[in-house]
Ligand binder design. Structure first.
Ligand SMILES: [Zn+2]
Length: 292
C-alpha cells in the first residue's frame, strides 16, 4: 500500500502476462543488449523477447470514499477476438477483499477508458444477466469514448464481436442508471479531478489525486511500459490515434517531471508505479521504492 497524504492506494492484480515485443513497432531485439532500467527483469523477459504486462485496478481509499480506477478484464467473458481475456477465472474479488474492500463498499468506479482490459469487472453474470459488480457505485466514464463505442448511438466496431466489451460490461451499467458521463475535466471529489489524456483511446482520462501536499496521477494507458519514458514517441499497437497519443504522452511526462507526482499506469511490471525526472533532452523513470 502507498500513502499520498490521507489517501491509501492499493493495487488489485488481475493477471500478469508477457506481451510480444511487437507491441512496439520501433523495438529491435538488439536494444536488449544495452543494460537499461526499463529492460530489467520486472519489465522485459529477454529469453522470450516479451514485455511483462500487468493488468490491474487501483483501489483509492480517501477518508470519505472508496474509489476503484479501471476494472480489468473480468471473469467468464465471451471474448472470441481476444483469447487471453476469454472466460478468465481469477481471484480478483478476493484480492479486492484482501485489500480491505467488499464490492458493496466501492462508491465510485472511474474508467480511464473503455478498452477490453479496463471495463471487465464492471459487471458479472448473475442468473444469466450482466449486473453491476459494485452495486453501490457510480461509474464514471467519458462522453467522447461512450459515443464512439455505444451501438445505440450509432457506433459500430468491426468485426461485430469487438462490441462485446461495451455490450456486456458498459451497457448494463448505463441501463442500470449507474453511469455518470463526464467530459474528462471535472472535479470528482475534494482533491480529486480528471485530466483529459486522449490518444490511446479517444476519451481517455487521467485521475489526479492530491492530498497533504503530495500528488498521484493515474494515467490509464498513456504508457504501457517504462521503455516509453525513454522513447516518448513509441506508441503501442493498441493506441487508436497514434499522433495524439504521442502528444499526450509528452505532455504527461513534462507534467510528471515538473510536479514530481507519482505516476500510476495500468500495465507496468513491479513496482508498478514511479516518478519521472528530466535527463538532458529526455526523461528518466524512477521506480517507486514502495510497492502498492
Ligand atoms: Zn490497457
Amino acid at each position: 500500500m502507498i500513502r499520498i497524504g490521507d489517501v491509501e492506494i492499493s493495487r488489485i492484480e488481475e493477471i500478469v502476462v508477457l506481451e510480444a515485443s511487437s507491441v512496439f513497432s520501433l523495438w529491435r531485439k538488439e536494444m536488449a543488449d544495452t543494460p537499461h532500467l526499463a529492460l530489467g527483469p520486472n519489465y522485459y523477459d529477454r529469453s522470450a523477447d516479451g514485455f511483462v504486462t500487468s493488468v490491474h485496478s487501483w483501489l483509492v481509499k480517501t477518508p470519505q470514499q472508496m474509489i476503484l480506477i479501471d476494472t480489468g478484464s473480468g471473469n467468464g467473458k465471451d471474448r472470441p477476438l481476444s483469447p487471453r481475456f476469454a472466460n478468465m477465472n481469477t481471484p480478483y474479488l478476493e484480492r479486492l477483499k484482501a485489500a480491505g474492500a467488499e464490492p458493496s463498499d466501492i462508491d465510485l468506479v472511474i474508467l480511464t477508458h473503455l478498452h477490453i482490459d479496463h471495463v471487465g469487472w464492471n459487471t458479472q453474470v448473475v442468473d444469466g444477466k450482466n449486473v453491476p459488480t459494485f452495486p453501490n457505485a457510480t461509474y464514471i466514464m467519458s462522453r467522447a469514448e461512450r459515443e464512439v463505442r455505444d451501438p445505440k448511438l450509432g457506433a459500430s466496431m468491426k468485426p461485430p464481436a469487438a462490441n462485446l466489451p461495451f455490450l456486456d460490461s458498459v451497457q448494463p451499467i448505463i441501463d442500470a442508471g449507474k453511469a455518470r458521463i463526464v467530459e474528462g475535466t471535472e472535479q470528482i471529489a475534494e482533491g480529486i479531478d480528471l485530466m483529459p489524456v486522449p490518444g490511446h483511446a479517444p476519451g481517455m482520462m487521467a485521475v489526479r489525486v492530491k492530498s497533504g501536499g503530495e500528488e498521484a496521477l493515474f494515467i490509464g494507458d498513456v504508457m504501457h511500459q517504462p521503455i516509453q519514458v525513454y522513447h516518448p514517441s513509441w506508441n503501442s499497437k493498441y493506441c487508436e490515434d497514434q499522433d495524439l497519443a504521442r502528444v499526450t504522452r509528452t505532455k504527461i511526462l513534462n507534467y510528471a517531471a515538473d510536479t514530481g507526482c507519482l505516476l500510476l499506469p495500468v500495465h507496468f511490471g513491479a513496482p508498478y508505479c514511479g516518478r519521472v525526472k528530466r535527463n538532458g533532452d529526455g526523461y528518466e523513470f524512477v521506480p517507486s521504492d514502495t510497492m502498492p
